[in-house]
Design a protein around this ligand. Structure first.
Ligand code: GLN
Length: 307
């Protein structure tokens, strides 16, 4: 398959759509990002990679980081984790409070904000220190991507800390139900730093290969998850990776994927590759508008999807 020409064709087709969608200005540090950017990269399980547009541009991975923290938590706590966070789609926006009250502080899944905050809490519990938890997440990202240059962006984390009123509400509500072990402030500090990690589409497509190869990175041969755990994370990305637009993403793209309000989306083709796309204009559900279209075109042009 000629991936370079497929990526070029996608780039051409989505270019007229750039500028549609709205950048995530509820995080002031992200409000001034240029909405016309577009980059897409794929890394195959054999290590070959292809890219188009701004595929070497770093951006804020935001909720894509929830896959990394969940992977670490699953390794540490195994099935016990599902007592504190479920594995059902929420059908609600990523930062919704409504369900959480009805469901006694147990978030629907680890990829909505409430779920990721619980996961973060479970990572802090070992050392009782938010910095150590963020360092563990960063060390994990370095290991899966064989790239130690990846880091958080302190000013983006600060900016969210000052304006994260909804996340604070979610955390306090869960604390009131006894589903946070650490102090709210400590957990939120770790969560916002985790979300502020910056990566390029190319780095992201490389980092996700462990999920395209049953939990073992196909390039370094290091095992990060059991095949069963990798299957479950992919299933969760398919059913919950795009919040209340997860059904639409599965319908249009047909792959497990995870989005973030920084404008990134990563999708996995088990046994073959990982694909990352970046375009900061978001649709009404907080997912990259052009990024979703680009992935839809990719699976249509290549005929590659899980269905
Ligand atoms: N840090 C963002 C928040 O908590 C992440 C949301 C997202 O990417 N969907 O609101």
């Amino acid at each position: 398959m000629n991936y370079s020409s497929i990526l070029n064709k996608i780039h051409q087709q989505v270019t007229p759509m750039l500028g549609q969608g709205k950048v995530a200005d509820y995080i002031p540090a992200l409000a001034n990002v240029d909405p016309n950017q577009f980059g897409m990269a794929i890394t195959l399980n054999n290590g070959d990679f292809y890219g188009v547009g701004d595929y070497k541009q770093t951006f804020s991975i935001q909720s894509i980081s929830k896959v990394f923290s969940f992977t670490l938590a699953l390794r540490e706590h195994k099935k016990k984790l599902y007592r504190r966070v479920w594995r059902e789609p929420s059908g609600d926006p990523f930062n919704s409070l409504v369900q959480l009250e009805h469901e006694a502080g147990i978030p629907r899944n680890p990829f909505i904000n409430a779920g990721a905050i619980v996961v973060c809490d479970s990572l802090i519990s070992k050392s009782n220190n938010n910095e150590a938890a963020v360092n563990d997440i960063l060390a994990f990202i370095h290991a899966i991507s064989s790239d130690a240059s990846i880091d958080t962006n302190k000013s983006v984390a600060e900016s969210e800390m000052q304006h994260g009123f909804r996340n604070a509400s979610l955390a306090h509500l869960m604390k009131s139900f006894g589903n946070l072990n650490n102090e709210v402030e400590e957990v939120l500090t770790a969560y916002f730093h985790q979300c502020s990690v910056e990566m390029t589409p190319l780095q992201l497509s490389r980092a996700f290969l462990y999920l395209a190869n049953n939990g073992t990175d196909p390039i370094s041969n290091k095992q990060f998850l059991t095949p069963g755990q990798a299957k479950r994370i992919n299933a969760l990305m398919l059913t919950c990776g795009h919040y209340d637009a997860s059904g639409d993403f599965a319908f249009r793209v047909g792959l497990p994927g995870k989005s973030g309000v920084g404008g990134g989306i990563v999708a996995v083709i088990p046994g073959k590759m990982a694909i990352a796309v970046y375009s900061p204009g978001l649709n009404e559900f907080g997912n990259s508008l052009v990024g979703t279209k680009a992935l839809e075109l990719f699976t249509s042009f290549t005929g590659l999807s899980i269905f």
